[in-house]
Design a protein around this ligand. Structure first.
Ligand SMILES: *Cc1c(COP(=O)(O)O)cnc(C)c1O
Length: 374
């Protein structure tokens, strides 16, 4: 069995250090908004190259509180994609705004930046580009459109920590960058966690208040906030892991290029394309194949932990029925939803495992084609 992700292998390397850090927190008696969260926020700001970060409960809250801090709410529209995890649009819904979907570029799976302008209305307040699978969006075009139309930009970097666009970290282009430390992410905690990045002091202060019941001073509440803080245990674990992220991302890239090599003679498998001048961090290694559902089933039967991210595009989810964006509205999103499959990808993956994955995938595709043609 080759899983899509094996967290235990990473734990085998850093477990002793993690356990020591966690025990220190447990003994310290300080569990919320203590020294680890503070230190982690500074270490993250240094790593990303932004002025400030604020630790939160989740990536979903990072997106949600970024929207709140920009005063986006009822009656407003936010442009994003339907080819992403639901949390992106959920955050828009939580503040009472409406998601407006733009189709993806089928080469990168990211928002087709050239189609944003056509989706702008007088109600549009922001764009949320999602750097999906660890691949940066085309930030030059996005920032340019945003500037011309006076729109905010919130980058969903939940799958792309450490990815670079023209040498600059994703999350530093817009008003906000949002990260998730969900355990399966490139930098994962051992529970939920998230963080916003920003270089605007006022926006930082607003998120600090919002995450703690809407007040910067204890028992002084200026607005409706939430309870969304990165706890000390998670922060301590993440501080152990952060120094490894560059090396882990680098390993993911090596694996991605090795997969590309293994698939280069198989015309049925479309390997990921990278946008020029970017550094992709391969949260997922996602290919496009024929007979995807059939092949997916066969892979599972053969012990390959392949996954579908995501099996239903967001505009066709029940939660978004009210938008009236029906089938056929986002052709590339819909087409790619039926073709994509993500293969095992994590830093500790071995070359032998990759060879097994590749061989099995190629065989399963061939088998599925012979089945379909009879
Ligand atoms: C994981 C993820 C989120 C949400 O993060 P949580 O920490 O699970 O709330 C948002 N957007 C994308 C693209 C993600 O992959």
């Amino acid at each position: 069995m080759i899983p899509i992700l094996d967290s235990k292998r990473q734990y085998a390397q850093i477990g002793a250090e993690v356990e020591k850090a966690v025990c220190e927190v447990l003994r310290s008696g300080s569990y919320i908004l203590g020294p680890n969260a503070k230190a982690f926020e500074q270490e993250m700001a240094d790593f990303i190259g932004c002025k400030y970060t604020v630790g939160l409960n989740s990536g979903t809250d990072a997106l949600h509180l970024a929207l709140r801090a920009l005063d986006i709410g009822a009656g407003d529209e936010v442009i994003t994609v339907a080819f992403t995890f639901v949390a992106t649009t959920e955050a828009i819904g939580i503040v009472g705004a409406k998601p407006v979907f733009v189709d993806i570029d089928p080469d990168t799976f990211n928002i087709d930046a050239s189609k944003i302008e056509a989706a702008i209305t007088p109600k549009t307040k922001a764009i949320i580009p999602v750097h999906l699978y660890g691949q940066p969006c085309d930030m030059d075009i996005i920032m340019n459109v945003a500037k011309r139309h006076n729109l905010h930009v919130i980058e969903d970097c939940c799958q792309a920590i450490g990815a670079l666009y023209k040498g600059k970290m994703v999350g530093t282009f817009g008003d906000f960058g949002c990260l998730s430390f969900y355990p399966t992410k490139n930098l994962g905690g051992m529970g939920d966690g998230g963080l916003i990045m920003t270089s605007d002091e006022k926006l930082r202060d607003r998120v600090i208040a919002l995450r703690n019941h809407g007040g910067a001073i204890r028992y002084h509440h200026d607005e409706i906030g939430v309870n969304s803080r990165l706890d000390e245990v998670q922060a301590a674990i993440l501080r152990v892991k952060l120094p490894h992220i560059k090396e882990w991302n680098e390993k993911r890239r090596e694996h991605a290029y090795y997969y590309n090599e293994l698939f280069k003679d198989c015309a049925d498998i479309q390997t990921p394309k990278e946008l020029k001048d970017t550094y992709c961090v391969y949260h997922q290694y996602t290919v496009k194949i024929p007979n995807r559902d059939e092949v997916h089933k066969m892979l599972q039967e053969n012990g390959i932990g392949a996954m579908l991210y995501y099996p239903i595009p967001l505009h066709l989810q029940k939660v978004h029925e009210y938008l009236g964006v029906g089938k056929g509205s986002l052709p590339y999103t819909e087409k790619d939803t039926e073709m994509v499959i993500s293969l095992p990808m994590f830093p500790e993956l071995t070359k032998e495992e990759q060879q097994t994955v590749a061989k099995t995938l190629i065989e399963c595709i061939a088998k599925s084609k012979s089945k379909v043609s009879v």
